[in-house]
Ligand binder design. Structure first.
Ligand code: GLC
Length: 596
């Protein structure tokens, strides 16, 4: 394809590259340069089960991660975040913790964890530990003690135990339900065999919620934070941070019983979320982190709305960062993306916190899959299964590369999820018999669940299980064609997604984009082009299906290797993104800001 053969984005208007009127708006965000590493950090999420299996069990492990750290280091990330690897019956893939200060034998030993943290530090990579404070496993010693103790005991007061209501106490204490589907309360049998109290669980029945109004719970978690900080942790990702406190008295809620927002019942008022007492705990945890070297961070997983509320939990003295789920949820839509970027920066700038950006994690369909499903909105936790419409893989790949390049050019922090640097999508045809997600099991398959985005990684194209494990075992089967995404093939290929990520991360750091500024360009002739300026870099995302003229500038990087020559000549191909150096930064006196 030569530039002259490309039709411009707007039918009937033949535009010449460099003359399309992109007009620069006012700066919405100014550079922050406080020297604090986490303000611009790129954090790479490792899902230990699926990263690399060193033993052949079919389950990824800590030694496997440590062995591959040099490869992660070549990406150029600041930190890794490890999803839980603690002792656990694994009813929610380790988010049901039975001992927060241990390593599940599935994944190795405490020495393996120490070795991992130390080796990562040797590569200049911090290790962020995933702490699950809202709930534990029903096999945690504290919960077992609570079951064995009597109603009203100190042991029960660690959790939310309550008597049922109605005849024989047969009705649960309130109407709240589980986010995984089904009731939020489970009735126990007391030690004398009689039908007993109920306990509350926002997730699976094997995940009882802690009672954060009890100071003993707080003390328990302080000890856990210190345990990992003493071992060199670079901070914590705080699971379901917004749910830790429940409104006093746990009143019925007349919106969606799991608290998800519905018309007239905003999230902000749901009694199971966002209680003011959270601020005290977050402040205490911040103080604890500040007692350790290296600025350990607190990243809040609070799937909360609106953004202004989220920002409240990263105000000075609270957590450092919060995942930006509104950004992750945004569809392939120029105006929606522009709106969420503007709103995010406004909300977080108000409290002086960095905005973060994220496209994939272990709870949602990967962005290469989502963007291959034109116009389909996915609820968090709803995967794609064999009975669903299937994504257009090539389209998803192109858009995913473009979306990532664009995201990495935004000011703030960014999160990457293992395997996205290989261009992986979900396993979208995983058979039901393999599914393990409690969301699938508790809804009898009504929800597909999250297994499809958790498939073990491909490392070596011609090895069993694509090199994930030495024996070819794999706790979830890999889909057909997975080996084609293997890291070894991508290492060799300059046009690979892996090498795009490397170059983008290298340039992002070199150009200081994470600590940079943001102003939008507008170009009424190109309604499906999103363009921003960050310092001396112009970052353009073409969401349309046709090539469009780029603003003037010197091409730095294009998400589509095959489209690079065209981008250098001023044309950005469909579903692509590019970074350009502004003309004045490139030393061209002809640079004209009004008409770039
Ligand atoms: C968080 C985790 C998710 C887990 C849930 C319950 O949302 O990311 O994987 O199932 O919390 O712990």
């Amino acid at each position: 394809m030569t530039p002259s053969s490309i039709e411009p984005g707007v039918s009937g208007t033949k535009q010449v590259p460099g003359t399309s009127p992109y007009t620069l708006g006012k700066e919405l965000h100014t550079p922050s340069d406080t020297g604090q590493w986490w303000r611009r950090a790129v954090i790479y999420q490792i899902y230990p089960r699926s990263f690399k299996d060193s033993t052949g069990s079919g389950m990824g492990d800590l030694a496997g991660i440590t062995a591959e750290l040099p490869k992660i280091a070549t990406l150029g990330v600041d930190a890794i975040w490890l999803s839980p690897f603690f002792d656990s019956p694994q009813r929610d893939a380790g988010y049901d913790v039975s001992d927060y200060r241990s390593v599940d034998p599935l994944f190795g030993t405490l020495d393996d964890a120490q070795n991992l943290i130390d080796t990562a530090a040797g590569h200049g990579i911090k290790t962020i530990i995933d702490i699950v404070p809202n709930h534990c496993s029903n096999e945690h010693a504290l919960f077992k003690a609570a079951l064995a103790a009597a109603p009203g005991s100190a042991e029960r007061a660690m959790f939310h135990f309550a008597d049922g209501t109605g005849v024989g106490g047969n009705t649960p204490p309130n109407n709240w339900s589980s986010l995984f589907g089904g009731p939020g309360w489970t009735r126990i049998t007391e030690s004398d065999g009689s039908p007993g109290q109920y306990y509350f669980h926002l997730f699976d029945a094997t995940q009882p919620d802690f009672n954060w109004r009890n100071p003993a719970v707080e003390a328990e978690f302080e000890a856990t934070l210190r345990f990992w900080l003493d071992r060199g942790a670079g901070g914590f990702r705080i699971d379901v941070a917004h749910a830790m406190f429940k409104k006093e008295g746990m009143p019925d809620w007349h919106g969606a019983p799991d608290g998800t927002p519905t018309p007239g019942f905003p999230f902000a008022e749901a009694p199971m979320y966002g209680q003011p007492e959270l601020h005290t705990v977050f402040a205490r945890w911040r103080e604890i982190c500040e007692q350790y070297p290296g600025e350990p961070v607190l990243c809040s997983e609070a799937n909360a709305r609106p953004l202004t509320r989220l920002a409240d939990w990263v105000a000075p003295g609270q957590m450092h960062q919060s995942f930006n789920f509104d950004y992750l949820r945004t569809l392939w839509d120029r105006d929606a993306l522009a709106a969420v970027i503007g709103e995010s920066l406004a909300a977080f700038d108000t409290v002086g916190a960095p905005t973060t950006w994220v496209l994939s994690n272990h709870d949602v369909s990967r962005h290469a899959t989502r963007f291959g499903l034109d116009g389909v909105a996915l609820d968090l936790g709803d995967g794609i299964g064999p009975r669903d419409p299937q994504p257009d893989e090539e389209l998803g790949q192109a858009r995913a590369r473009a979306a990532t390049l664009f995201m990495l050019g935004l000011p703030g922090g960014a999160y990457l999820y293992q395997g996205e640097e290989l261009g992986l999508g979900d396993h979208t045809t995983l058979e039901d018999r393999y599914r393990q997600d409690p969301g699938f099991l508790r809804t009898n398959g009504a929800k597909t669940g999250r297994d499809g985005c958790r498939i073990p990684l491909p490392w070596v194209h011609d090895a069993p299980a694509a090199g994930f494990s030495p024996t070819g075992e794999s706790w979830l089967p890999q889909p057909a064609g997975w080996a084609g995404f293997s890291r070894d093939l991508q290492e060799e290929d300059p046009a690979s997604t892996l090498n795009l990520y490397r170059r983008a991360l290298g340039l992002r750091s070199e150009l200081g984009l994470g600590l940079g500024s943001l102003a939008f360009y507008t170009n009424p002739a190109l309604p499906e082009v999103l363009a921003i300026r960050n310092g001396d870099t112009v970052n353009v995302l073409n969401l349309s299906g046709t090539a469009v003229p780029l603003p003037r500038g010197e091409l730095l990087l294009c998400s589509d290797a095959a489209g690079t020559a065209d981008a250098a000549a001023g044309w950005l191909g469909p579903n692509s993104a590019a970074w350009l150096r502004t003309l004045e930064a490139a030393g061209d006196a002809a640079g004209d800001e009004e008409n770039v």
